[in-house]
Design a protein around this ligand. Structure first.
Ligand code: V1P
Ligand code: CA
Ligand code: ZN
Length: 388
């Protein structure tokens, strides 16, 4: 039987809007906003919403979006039609291509997921939440005046800008299988945000092609941002043991050195085994262990989504991570209640014993322990230059 009660002594807020899930990137496109419907279905089927403050988020205002994006870009994004755009506009804003199509309601979709991240950040600033969650956010590739890799508006940057109003230092951690280039670039020249991305790296053979170990910030020591970008490039097939050890070791060192007053964790679920675009072998348990570790630090925490292209696995991971946030992980009924309408989405699966177990052929692990230790040594050296 379910035993979900409101956690005593701390508050978790969940920010979402059902409007977001209704948008479609197009049939062949891997980004499926309805994975959020699946995640919400699991979260609610377990009754986890009863343990959180739930908010229906509102769209971000033009002024809020302009905290990062250029007015010309936003104007174009707002007026963009589902027709083939002018060549100059494609070139200027990287919009209307296979990765970043212009679809019905695009601007509404962008302002909605961004509004949720901004609201979540404000709850943390006002001490009204200890952990704030927006699974529809985490769109880490968007630039000031450019869409990239399924991301049009960078809700993470907008949320961090809000956090910086109250918080002197923000640690950004990105466990999406892709490099968090847009967030890294936005805070490239400041020492108030330490960005850490763990990702697959194989030069131009894997999107977005950046994020090698030696990409540590601006080259000039005069620039306050020097050494404040941390990149963990990995190869195919990393599993829970190496991944979680690496995560705890590096995040632990970052927290000790940088002393963040707030943490933003991008929980991109394309780092899970069996992901349609990903290459890793991380299980829901290992992915969730990253959330558990961040929660254990006792620092205000913003959880956002991100990538994740095998929708049922995404839903399981984010439902599991919601259970970690509210502190009921391990106490969940392993069988999805029979009566939930959402169960129909899962019925074709041959194995479905627990929320934590996911499907997908294991990939061969190309990451040696030696390489993992070398990464840690290199980042240990880098962090000597980081002082709070
Ligand atoms: O590799 C590319 C293209 C090729 N170049 C022109 C760029 N794009 C990738 C984009 C991946 C975006 C990941 C976003 C996130 O980090 C955050 C939400 O998860 C790409 C891939 C791929 N396998 O890397 N696009 C597509 N696949 C794609 C496939 C079918 C239809 C549309 C896009
Ligand atoms: Ca990443
Ligand atoms: Zn990704």
């Amino acid at each position: 039987e379910n035993d979900i009660t409101r956690p005593k002594g701390y508050t978790v807020s969940w920010h979402s809007n059902p409007e977001i899930e209704k948008h479609h990137f197009g049939h062949a496109h891997p980004m499926k906003p309805w994975r959020l419907t699946l995640a919400k279905g699991l979260i609610m089927a377990y009754g986890m919403h009863a343990a959180m403050d739930t908010y229906v988020s509102r769209p971000a205002t033009k002024e809020e979006l302009e905290d990062f994006h250029s007015e010309e870009y936003l104007d174009y994004l707002k007026s963009a039609l589902v027709t083939v755009p002018d060549d100059n506009e494609i070139k200027d804003f990287n919009l209307g291509n296979t990765d970043c199509p212009i679809f019905e309601g695009l601007f509404n979709y962008c302002s909605m997921y961004s509004g949720a991240s901004i609201d979540a950040a404000r709850k943390l600033c006002n001490n009204e939440s200890d952990i704030a969650i927006n699974w529809s956010g985490g769109l880490h590739h968007a630039k000031k005046a450019e869409a990239s890799g399924f991301c049009y508006v960078n809700d993470i940057v907008l949320a961090i800008v809000q956090l910086l109003r109250k918080h002197p230092r923000v640690l950004y951690i990105d466990i999406d299988v892709h490099h968090g280039d847009g967030v890294e670039e936005a805070f490239w020249s400041t020492d108030r945000v330490l960005t850490l991305s763990i990702h697959k790296y194989d030069g131009m053979n894997f999107f977005p092609g950046t994020g090698d170990l030696d990409r540590t910030g601006p080259d000039s020591e005069e620039n306050p941002g020097a050494h404040h970008a941390i990149n963990v490039p990995l190869s195919d097939g990393i599993g829970d043991q190496q991944y979680v050890w690496l995560f705890k070791t590096i995040v632990g060192m970052c927290v000790q050195r940088f002393q963040p007053t707030a943490i933003v964790l991008q929980c991109g679920a394309d780092s899970l085994a069996g992901d349609r675009l990903g290459r890793f072998n991380v299980q829901v348990q290992g992915h969730g262990a990253c959330v558990t570790y961040c929660k254990s630090l006792g620092i205000p925490l913003l959880l956002v989504g991100g990538g994740g292209y095998t929708p049922r696995n995404v839903a399981r991971a984010w439902a599991h991570e919601t259970s970690i946030a509210i502190g009921c992980d391990g106490k969940l009924n392993p069988i999805i209640p029979q009566h939930t309408p959402y169960r129909s989405h899962f019925r074709h699966e041959t194995i479905f014993p627990t929320l934590e177990e996911i499907l997908g052929d294991p990939r061969g692990n190309k990451n040696t322990d030696k390489k993992i230790r070398e990464i840690v040594s290199s980042i240990t050296e880098q962090l000597r230059f980081v002082n709070n």
